[in-house]
Design a protein around this ligand. Sequence first.
Ligand code: SAH
Length: 207
Amino acid sequence: MRRRLIEELAQKGISDKAVLNVMNTIPRHFFLDNAFEEMAYQDKAFAIGEDQTISQPYTVAFQTQLLNVQKRDKILEIGTGSGYQASVLAMLGARVFTIERIKVLHLKAKNIFEILQLKGIRSYFKDGYKGLAEFSPFDKIILTASTSEVPTRLIEQLKVGGILIVPYGNQNETQKMMRLTKISENGDLKKEFFGDFRFVPMLKGRK
Ligand code: SAH
C-alpha cells in the first residue's frame, strides 16, 4: 500500500527521490488513530484529534521538496501535529526542532518519535509564534499551519540564505504555498508562490 502511495505521489509530480524514498520507509499508520489505520496509505488528510489533521502525503512531500533538505540542516517546524512531517525531515538527516501548541498532540507525537527511535527530533510544547530563539539561527523553517502574517520572530531566527515555507493566506480560503528566502541580515526576503493548499490555521497561545 505504501509503495502504491509513493507511485501516486511521483505521478502527481513529486520528483525528489530522497523524499519519496523516506516516505516509502516511514509507517504512516503509526501516526493515525487505530480507527483510520487502513486509510493511512491513501493520499488524504485525516483527523488526529483536537480538531487537527495529519497533512495529506502529497502536501508533506511538496513542502519537504521545497525545503531542499540537506543532511545536518537545522530545521524548525511549527505545528508538530501527528509528528509525521517531523519524522520525514529527521529521516532525511536533518536536525529537527518541532513545536506544538496542543499538549495532547505534543505528547502523542513525542511518544511515536521514541517508538520509531528518531533521535534527530526535539519536540516542544510551546506557542510557535515565538519560535525557538535559544536554538536559532535555523537553516530552514517550515510552518504546517496557515497564516497571513508570517511572524517576524521566525524571520529573525532564520539564517541569511535560509528558507521558510508557509501556507500563506486566510483560513477561510485556500492558501498559497509560499517560499521565503532571507537574502540579507536586515531581513530582506525573496518571495515565491507555489500552488494552492488548505491547512488548519496557526493559532496563538498554548492549549
Ligand atoms: N505537521 C503535522 C500537521 C499539523 S496540522 C503533521 O505532520 O501531522 C497543524 C498543527 O499546527 C496542529 O497540530 C496545530 O495545533 C498546530 N499549531 C497551530 N498553531 C500553532 C502555534 N502557534 N504553535 C505551534 N503549533 C501550532
